[in-house]
Design a protein around this ligand. Structure first.
Ligand code: BDP
Length: 683
């Protein structure tokens, strides 16, 4: 297998392998992934003059990548024997006596160990290094592509995709550009992703057929992902027995329906023996589900789980179930409650190969939401937390919005308060899922800096306690400075420092900047309906979708308290049920998510709500302008075409941030009649 140079610019250009490619490497172990490791190193050696062998011989080595079952040459690795089982994907890394050694129990561990050495660059070969054990915190680190096979009349080729077309599909057929898919698999493996779902959760007519007569298209992708340790999953339509099988019903308790799923799934595994499983969006936003037959979601999920169980497959059953046709005049309805109300009573009823996939917030990937209470409510159910890497509600890859700080907050949230487990522990050993932000754009993600979100997703899924700024450094090193890791010329390192500083200044706080100039204090959904880009304060206010802010002349925010509101606060265990219930204790950034307050309400920060709205909107728009200024100053540090692309996007970000600022400020000024304390211009 030859490994193409990345067909598009991203992290892991061949220069990132310079440190390895110039050395003598030994790869010991059999299996497809050990072969991938060897080929990666061989490719680098061909370029940088080193050597790689797969049998020990007697020569000395600078780098040894070996399975623990392999016969390692005496003296090389004896001292770094792992102290415990490394598992399917773990590895131990050390440097002793002039050799850097990676040992793994399984070939996937060798692959992740190799990419660790790549991240270290020259540092991997410098000083002695005590043995470090690395194991992923989560078992499955999965990306869900919302890619349509056919172009959908409203959603296009990729639903909520902001990076061009799909890398897999075009106009109803596979693209067949497998070199691109292979380059993508390599990028994903390098940040730790090991599972991928290749079609949209909204399974339309053409896409449904991937399960049966178009299964070969999925198998072709699985063949390309396999050498990088990535398993392929498929979104399926719950009504498949009807729409594909011609059955009269898809009732999960119907014997004929069960047989249909068992037969179809058997064929799937005959074709793709390491197939991962099914992803299902049921009874949500028009997708079919078990409710049509008077059954519940445990019945539905268990039906598919039963079919997959003999092969070790799993069902990712999404908890994103809510009524999008509710009566907006009925103030007791609350979309935030829906997932818990539907699923918490079912805890304990799911088969053990069902993974309930829960969006990180109770509503829908807004720039600020509390963590979903479902994560604490289902101790007897396997859970996956779903993050949105595609920036549907965070600037659509036209705005810089580095999301790792938000995800880090989610993963560090402790539903039972200090001393209790955090979300990372709750999904520990389980799954973290991200909605992909990748397309056929030359930079993979539309906005070149949005690549950092994809990279950070994989890294946080592997190690949820990583610091977002440190992840950004890794991404910068691997993307822009591969030659600078360890052997930078002193003259060049001034430029290197400036480049790194520029990216940190623009990206570190970009999520909070975005939050500042968009919907305030956790209220959410002030976006234009449909495409969700740009401001429209009342766009969803009087609609059946259930995403409201309840602004009137006196105040704003959603009363979700038990005392006077929808009771949503009661879905949390203490202390959060009490903290969120209490106007005095509720954190400022979520105040309007939980409470309806007068504009003069004083925040913990000392500001009133209305003045906070004005201040943050002026500040956020200014910070966007400042980011653009810093980027302009950094021309010359970046490849000119990349610099131009980001510059144009920053122009759009500044324009849009000012539009948000003006609309939000004008709206609340007109509602409240309260002038800005600093007399700034509000249209
Ligand atoms: C919403 C998106 C919609 C998705 C849905 C989902 O607007 O396109 O289908 O999430 O997660 O945020 O199923």
């Amino acid at each position: 297998m030859t490994i193409p140079d990345p067909v598009h610019p991203a992290w892991l250009p061949s220069e990132a392998f310079r440190a390895i490619g110039a050395r003598r490497t030994l790869v010991l172990g059999d299996g497809l992934l050990a072969g991938t490791v060897h080929d990666e190193v061989a490719q680098a050696c061909a370029r940088y003059g080193g050597r790689v062998r797969r049998d020990a011989g007697s020569e000395p080595y600078d780098l040894v990548l070996a399975l623990t079952t392999a016969e390692v040459p005496p003296g090389v690795a004896g001292a770094v024997r792992p102290d415990s089982a490394l598992g399917d994907e773990g590895y131990v890394l050390a440097r002793r006596d002039g050799a850097t050694v990676v040992l793994a129990d399984e070939p996937a561990g060798l692959l992740y160990g190799l990419f660790h050495v790549v991240r270290l660059g020259e540092r991997a070969f410098a000083a002695e290094r005590p043995a470090e054990h690395h194991r992923p915190a989560t078992r499955r680190r999965m990306l869900d592509h919302w890619d349509n096979v056919d172009v959908h009349p409203v959603m296009g080729q990729v639903e909520r995709g902001y990076a061009g077309g799909s890398v897999f599909w075009r106009d109803g057929a596979p693209r067949g550009e497998l070199a691109r898919v292979r380059a993508y698999a390599r990028l994903l493996a390098a940040c730790g992703v090991n599972a991928i779902s290749v079609n949209n959760v909204n399974v339309h007519a053409t896409e449904a057929h991937l399960l049966t007569d178009r299964l070969g298209d999925v198998a072709a992708l699985a063949d390309v992902f396999r050498p990088y340790g990535i398993r392929v999953h498929l979104s399926v339509n719950f009504a498949s027995p009807v729409v594909l099988g011609g059955r009269p019903t898809a009732d999960p308790l119907d014997e004929d329906v069960r047989t249909w799923w068992a037969d179809v799934t058997e064929r799937v595994y005959e074709t793709i023996p390491d197939f991962g499983g099914y992803v299902v969006k049921a009874d949500s936003e028009g997708q079919p589900g078990p409710f049509a037959y008077g059954r519940d979601h445990a019945d539905g999920a268990n039906l598919l789980a039963e079919a997959l169980a003999p092969y070790g497959g799993v069902v990712h059953w999404r908890a994103f179930v809510y009524n999008h046709r509710q009566d907006w005049r009925d103030r007791s309805t609350d979309r935030a409650r829906a997932a818990y109300d539907h699923f918490a009573p079912l805890d304990g009823r799911f088969r053990d190969n069902v993974i309930l996939q829960v969006k990180h917030g109770p509503i829908d990937f807004q720039a600020r939401e509390p963590v979903s209470p479902v994560v604490a409510a289902m101790p007897a159910t396997r859970l996956a937390v779903e993050l949105q890497v595609t920036q549907e509600y965070t600037g659509q890859q036209r705005h810089v919005c580095y999301l790792a700080p938000m995800w880090r907050d989610v993963l560090g949230f402790r539903p039972w308060g200090d001393g209790g487990a955090d979300v990372a522990e709750l999904v520990g050993g389980g799954d973290l899922v991200g909605v992909s932000n990748v397309g056929d754009d030359p930079y993979w993600t539309g906005h070149p800096l949005a690549q950092a979100n994809l990279y950070a997703f994989g890294r946080l899924a592997w190690e949820p306690r990583l610091d977002p700024a440190a992840i950004l450094d890794e991404w910068i090193d691997l993307t822009f400075l591969p030659a600078a890791t360890g052997d930078a010329e002193p003259a060049a390192s001034g430029a290197t420092d400036r480049l790194r500083r520029t990216l940190h200044e623009i990206m570190d706080d970009s999520w909070r900047t975005y939050e500042r100039y968009t919907a305030p204090l956790g209220v959410g959904f002030m976006v234009r309906p449909g495409h969700h880009y740009g401001p429209d304060v009342d766009g969803y206010e009087y609609t059946p979708w259930g995403t409201y802010h309840f602004a009137d002349r006196d105040g704003v925010g959603v009363d979700r308290t038990r005392a006077t509101g929808t009771g949503f606060t009661g879905q949390y265990p203490p202390p959060w049920s009490e903290v969120y219930e209490s106007l005095a204790d509720c954190p400022d950034e979520l105040l309007l998510f939980f409470h309806h307050v007068p504009y003069g309400h004083v925040l913990h920060s000392g500001s009133t709500v209305i003045q906070h709205i004005y201040d943050t909107h002026f500040a956020g728009a200014e910070q966007a302008t400042e980011a653009r200024r810093r980027w302009q100053e950094a021309a010359g540090l970046f490849d000119p075409s990349l610099h131009d692309r980001v510059k144009a996007l920053l122009d759009e970000q500044v324009r849009c941030a000012e539009e948000w600022r003006d609309q939000i400020n004008a709206y609340f000024f007109r509602k409240s009649g309260v002038p800005d304390a600093h007399g700034r211009c509000i249209p």
